[in-house]
Design a protein around this ligand. Structure first.
Ligand SMILES: [Zn+2]
Length: 478
């Protein structure tokens, strides 16, 4: 086993061989399937099969794994090619097949550890659900559209009676909703275009459920029971087994912005990807580090950059993914006193040090620039967005100043590398980009508080809101 899996094998009870031996079937080849393929490749799922025959009509940042493909090529083929580069140790295959009916599914899917439907099509979902029930295979359903995504897990259930006539071509929407609770299915997503950004959010969450199915870390760890819904238009953002209420208006904002990405590591890779998919006009990426093989499973866009500066390689890939944006790399640490030419409209803090988060927080207070900060553990993480004057700063939320002080005291001591895995970084990084819309337009409602992800919690995600804004911005100006 190479160094690739080193950081995740440091996680207690982690069994990489179980993941390497597994086979996951992905149905669909749109943004959600592409994003899922990338994150599962990072995780080290040994065998992936992508079922679809859709053709890439025109290059778009939404189809972000197809950036090396030719127009007219099959998307699944392009995804297969890129996944093989991201992680050459996995077997990835594409099956040229659209809409799997039950009798075809039997012949072509076989018995994977799990099937993931990424089609936004409730009819396909029902067929796969029934196939899973009949063959004792867990089925995960994912769907995405602008602002929203959904995932649901259906484990084999002895009490689920696969209907006789299901084997015939007689699936109707009425029958679909009679057989499976509506909250499991992507009825609201039917015939809607998949969204790149919410696909990133959804695929990270799906990957966590796949990992729990294939390799639970302990007896208590169970895949999601039911469905998890995300909506950027709801102040609660997440809801379990029901649709989130839509409270906010549109979360639109001008893409003509300058965003600094501090850190091109595990979170920085996915944040950069999300911003490129969103089409933010100007990105500046800061990192003083060099990519190593041991990083590649989390920092999936650095696969051609071992030995080279992370910032440069990430910037190059983002330019390829979205040629309509400008991406600059700064090989070095971000320092508030340096003039980088373009003043940022937003700073994304993607580092794991409190010191650099403090620098960014002080910068935000002083210049009134919004920041979004993300932090992860191997099975949890959080997103904090701070819009000076409109919400609470990092120090008032999580005591960043003191943490930076304590960090400085232990600096220089030899410490073992922290366990880390792509999944939590993927979830937190994509949620950070989603929150960008709340601070890049002053008219959009922000969340004053934190978005917390915890893989051990039944509901997985929640928002911890604060009652009052802090006034540090006023003091910071002095
Ligand atoms: Zn404050």
């Amino acid at each position: 086993m190479s160094d690739r899996y080193d950081r995740q094998e440091r996680i207690p009870n982690w069994k990489q061989t179980a993941l390497n031996d597994s086979y996951i079937a992905i149905v669909g080849s749109g943004p959600l399937a592409q994003s899922l393929g990338a994150v599962l490749a990072g995780l080290g799922i040994g065998n992936l099969r992508i079922y679809d025959n859709e053709i890439l009509k025109k290059h778009s940042a939404q189809d972000f794994l197809c950036f090396e493909a030719k127009e007219g090529e099959k998307k699944a083929e392009a995804v297969k090619g890129l996944i093989s580069k991201i992680n050459p140790q996995i077997n990835v295959d594409m099956i040229n097949w659209k809409f799997l009916r039950h009798y075809f599914a039997e012949a072509v899917i076989g018995k994977p550890n799990a099937i993931v439907d990424c089609t936004n099509d409730p009819f396909q979902e029902l067929i796969l659900f029934c196939y899973g029930q009949a063959h004792n295979i867990p089925v995960i359903n994912g769907a995405s559209k602008k602002y929203d995504c959904l995932l649901s897990v259906k484990l084999p259930d002895k009490n689920f009676a696969v209907p006789e006539d299901f084997y015939l071509d007689s699936v109707t929407l009425e029958k679909v909703t009679r057989l499976i609770p509506e909250s499991y299915l992507s009825i609201d997503y039917y015939n809607r275009e998949q969204d790149g950004l919410t696909s990133l959010v959804c695929s990270g969450l799906i990957a966590d459920e796949v990992r729990k199915i294939v390799m639970p870390l302990n007896e208590d760890e169970k895949p999601l029971q039911g469905s998890l819904n995300y909506s950027l238009l709801s102040q609660d953002r997440f809801s379990l087994n029901s649709l989130p209420t839509k409270e906010a208006g549109k979360m639109e904002y001008s893409k003509n912005k300058v965003v600094y990405v501090i850190g091109a590591g595990s979170i920085g890779n996915i944040v950069g990807l999300g911003l490129a998919v969103e089409g933010i006009k100007e990105l500046v990426i800061f990192d003083d580090d060099t990519a190593e093989e041991v990083n590649l499973n989390r920092q999936i866009l650095l696969y051609e950059g071992v030995g080279q500066p992370k910032a440069t390689t990430l910037a190059k890939k983002l330019r390829q993914i979205n040629p309509n944006i400008n991406v600059e790399a700064v090989v070095g640490k971000f320092t508030p006193k340096t003039d980088y030419g373009k003043k940022p409209d937003l700073v994304m803090a993607c580092t794991d040090s409190f010191k650099s988060r403090k620098i960014v927080n002080d910068y935000a207070k002083k210049y009134g620039i919004p920041i979004i900060s993300g932090g992860t553990d191997f099975d949890s993480g959080q997103v904090i967005s701070y819009a000076p004057g409109r919400s609470t700063c990092l120090n008032c939320q999580i005591g960043i100043d003191k943490a930076a002080e304590q960090e400085a005291q232990v600096e220089g001591c030899a410490t073992a590398p922290e366990p880390s895995v792509i999944v939590s970084n993927w979830i937190i990084g994509s949620l950070m980009v989603a929150e960008a819309s709340t601070v890049l337009n002053k008219d959009n409602p922000t969340i004053n508080g934190r978005t917390v992800y915890d893989s051990k919690e039944n509901r997985r995600l929640r928002v911890v809101k604060l009652e009052k804004n802090c006034q540090c911005h006023e003091e910071g100006k002095k």
